[in-house]
Design a protein. Sequence first.
Length: 402
Amino acid sequence: MQLTKTEQEMLAGKMGPAVELALKTIVQMGEGLNAERLIPTQGSHLGNVDLLRHCTGYIGIVKKLIDLGAEVRVPTSENPYPADPRNPESPSIPEAFQGSSPLEGYYRTLRVIPNWTCTPYLYGNIPRFGQHLSWEESSAVIYINSVIGARANREPILMDLVSAIAGRTVYSGLHIDENRKGEILCNVKVQGLKSDDFAAIGYYLGKVCGTKIPVIDGIQKKASSSSLKNMGAAAASTGAVSMYHIPGLTPEAPTMDKAFGNGKPVEVVEIDDTVLKKTKEEMSSAETSGGIDIVAVGCPHYTFEEVASIARLLKGKKVKDGVQLWICTHNGAIDLAKELGIAQIIKEAGGKLFSGCIYCLHTVEPYSDMRLMSDSGKICYYRRALYGSQRECVAAAISGRA
């Protein structure tokens, strides 16, 4: 692997033992990938503190880096807690996540931004077009590659952190122009396309595309930042899609030809009303009869616009006794919702607005055994749930039934 003079000095320890260890790890990864070189990175995003709290090996590595004097060299953010212990609106924290985690303190020592969100591109760590990043969190990676035009691979645990400390990442995958070309053409031919259709489109695309890059046509007029976020998160869950193009909308696809790098698709798929209906039925894998225990929305975290939208649906209504309504978003949206009285509407209706992680909460008792409904394609892939639009989710929370 070709290393610059600066990188050779880093590897020789001239910039401190922490940078030396971090770069050594990155070089080993690069050699394993047969990469020709490293590149400077402009940002990083780390995985979930509480999911890693029992990973003693990872915790030990982080502590060793701190003992060596490590600090992040680029803007670095982190995923949310399952439930925010500082927010009284959060649901009860499961026993599996109770007690302090040393990682929170370690990350602060490393000077990681404490924004606690899976959508850092909305709050606290906003990248720019063309920047090379080292991010964990699949739903965030697909968004920044596709909608913003930044460049990132789906990093494994630890690579995101050592890249933040060294300010370098491996020149591979989606950092390379050639690997960002569209591969599969997806024609969407759905009558009366709605916002909740986007998560289902992503759910289907992930299964069809796997790791390939889809070029999606037919959704341009209905796409919003929220719907693209939800579509990407679903595609990154049912498959390993890390990027998509939408001709005339996303920054690297001004035309269909540019989306494919002036080449041809290797495959063409079509999503019509029949495919969409079957996909939504598949997403609703739980029994449709019976009551609902939890309605959970905001995975990935809701945008402020989605928070305002659900508040309008809840205004003057009440969540049924015995049902929990979780609305997850980033703290920036929560602060704005409080300022504008939106949070109060949600609270009066019986909803809980907090910066948390539905994915983490639903995996452990007591929540893992409860009947759940969500508007998230990601959640509906990772557990048995009922899928519905935001409006349908609110109706279920009020009636107690799907």
